[in-house]
Design a protein around this ligand. Structure first.
Ligand code: PGA
Length: 242
């Protein structure tokens, strides 16, 4: 079964939760559906989705279990308010907050200790792809962003495809996902063979069917199109059957 994950980023308000939850609860799903709203919305979202099969995730966590880290959020608190997943190392965090792969690995360790499944994002910039460096960059990010004993998921998100409406050719996605799969089995042993590798970057209802049919694509991480429940559900509908 594929996973369709919605990343609301810094969008959304309390008033959006009830209609959104009602829409996704009413859907017949053949995928795992995950919503990652801004952290302050998690408790009310958890209440609105209680008893459903739809999961909640956060968009970041801190590497330490607690402490003097003003503005940061501990993984255990995210879990306590209803998150079971956490996106880590998104390119916007790597860019806006200068997060290194080593920091991402430390956060992933903290997430696992708190019971959260991490979705670790990797992906090259356009300049790196143009320079023929895309696979090397992603291999390097993967090697340094995944902690020992990692059991989560990876999302391949080419930076130049995020929020731009541009997507790689299917063959490029297939090649990169094969590279990531090889990295995962090398780093994580047999467990790496079964880990989901999501594709993210301008996934929309109109291109989801093609993207989700690419070999080794185990689902999608959806930004802009996740803000409307009907669009996220149309993407979920486009996933190949189980
Ligand atoms: P997008 O974002 O779907 O708006 O391109 C994807 C992401 O950043 O996770």
């Amino acid at each position: 079964m594929q996973m369709i994950a919605g990343n609301w980023k810094m969008h959304g308000a309390v008033a959006d939760i009830a209609p959104y939850a009602q829409a996704v609860r009413a859907a017949r799903l053949h995928v795992d559906l995950l919503i990652c709203p801004p952290a302050p919305l998690l408790p009310a979202f958890a209440t609105a989705l209680a008893g459903s099969a739809i999961s909640l995730g956060a968009q970041d966590c801190h590497a330490a279990p607690s402490g003097a880290h003003t503005g940061d959020i501990a993984a255990a608190l995210l879990y306590e308010v209803g998150a079971h997943f956490v996106i880590l190392g998104h390119s916007e965090r790597r860019g806006d907050h200068a997060e290194s792969s080593a920091m991402v690995a430390a956060k992933a360790r903290a997430a696992a200790l708190a019971g959260l499944t991490a979705i670790i994002c990797v992906g090259e910039t356009e300049a790196e792809r143009d320079a023929g460096q895309a696979e090397a960059v992603v291999r390097h990010q993967l090697a340094h962003s995944l902690p020992e004993g990692f059991t989560g998921m990876v999302a391949y998100e080419p930076v130049w495809a995020i929020g731009t409406g541009r997507i790689p050719a299917e063959a490029e996605i297939a090649a990169m996902h094969a590279t990531i799969r090889a990295g995962l089995t090398g780093q994580c042993g047999p467990a790496g063979a079964g880990m989901r590798i999501l594709y993210g970057g301008s996934v929309k209802p109109g291109n989801a069917s093609a993207l989700l049919s690419v070999p080794e694509v185990g689902g999608a991480l959806v930004g802009g199109a996740s803000l409307k429940a009907e669009d996220l559900l149309a993407i979920a509908d486009a996933a190949p059957g189980v």
